[in-house]
Design a protein around this ligand. Sequence first.
Ligand SMILES: Nc1ncnc2c1ncn2[C@@H]1O[C@H](COP(=O)(O)OP(=O)(O)OP(=O)(O)O)[C@@H](O)[C@H]1O
Ligand SMILES: [Mg+2]
Length: 322
Amino acid sequence: MDRDKLLSVKELTKVFRVGSLLFKKDLIAVNKVSFDIDKKEIFTLAGESGSGKSTFARMLLGLIKPTYGTILYKGIDITRIKSAKERLWFTKEVQPIFQDPFETFSPLNKVETYLYDTAINYGIAKSREDVYKIVEEKLNAVGLSLGEIQGRYPHELSGGQLQRVSIARALITEASLLVADEPVSMIDASLRMSIVNLFKELKEKFGLSVLYITHDLATAYYISDRIGVMLRGSIVELGPVEKVLSEPLHPYTQILKQSVPDPNPERQWEEDIQLSSFDIREFTITGCKFSSRCPSVMDICKEKEPNNISINGRVVKCHLYI
Ligand SMILES: Nc1ncnc2c1ncn2[C@@H]1O[C@H](COP(=O)(O)OP(=O)(O)OP(=O)(O)O)[C@@H](O)[C@H]1O
Ligand SMILES: [Mg+2]
């Protein structure tokens, strides 16, 4: 099957220098991560706390510089963007959806101002009438209307409504890729599904792609096309979401198997499926980062980092499959 690539990340790596003055060490937060996102695809990055998901997203959004690797977006290496014109183009194309919608909006401004400014500053609206027309149209696409938000400040809207407004903003710039880092974790549980469903709807309607970052495998299973499971900076398994979560190959993903959601979406919110936090000793492990926790550990796992192995359209980083 021909893939229509939107984003292509190769060997993306971020090393942080951490520790006190005398005791400095390198922390590899993201370790040679490579994958593509297609046009009209929802790709999930899942993994326990500290596995490097947000660091990856911040590199992708140009908020921090990679230590190594390339990020090609529509064929352009965005780690090398220098001109203001190209930067503006990129910020239009790739829009973030943050975890806490209340931090995204200034408490001093009416929410609608944010949308009007986006339409004007990005040169989308050509006239005053245009501004209102575009804002109304995009709000409608996320299940809101201008009447509902007009005159209101962020604290006068719910977290779910504000998150919809953030998504409407991305639609105003006609973004092709949304980078959504835990976009529903701070939203009332009863509203989460409707927000993640919106991603799916917008994918179908506008051909949008989404990098969806989450701890929550239930929503990942329900909305994504493919998933990459991150462990200590590396993707240890990558492939179509149904395959990875229902017949996992990597022992780490297998441990997550019991948390694969019920296909009935109503049931998915009964329990909050969370990945555990990593073991701090894993920083110093030389071979596979999962070896200290792995039920199938072999001698080689403690000595050598496994390579990526391709198996039936899936990639798994594990010595069991060599
Ligand atoms: N600016 C920084 N300086 C030093 N270390 C950092 C920095 N940002 C992140 N880290 C470290 O990099 C690792 C990956 O962090 P990151 O925030 O990317 O994880 P995450 O997968 O998003 O976790 P969570 O699920 O808790 O959001 C962690 O060990 C973190 O402490
Ligand atoms: Mg994070």
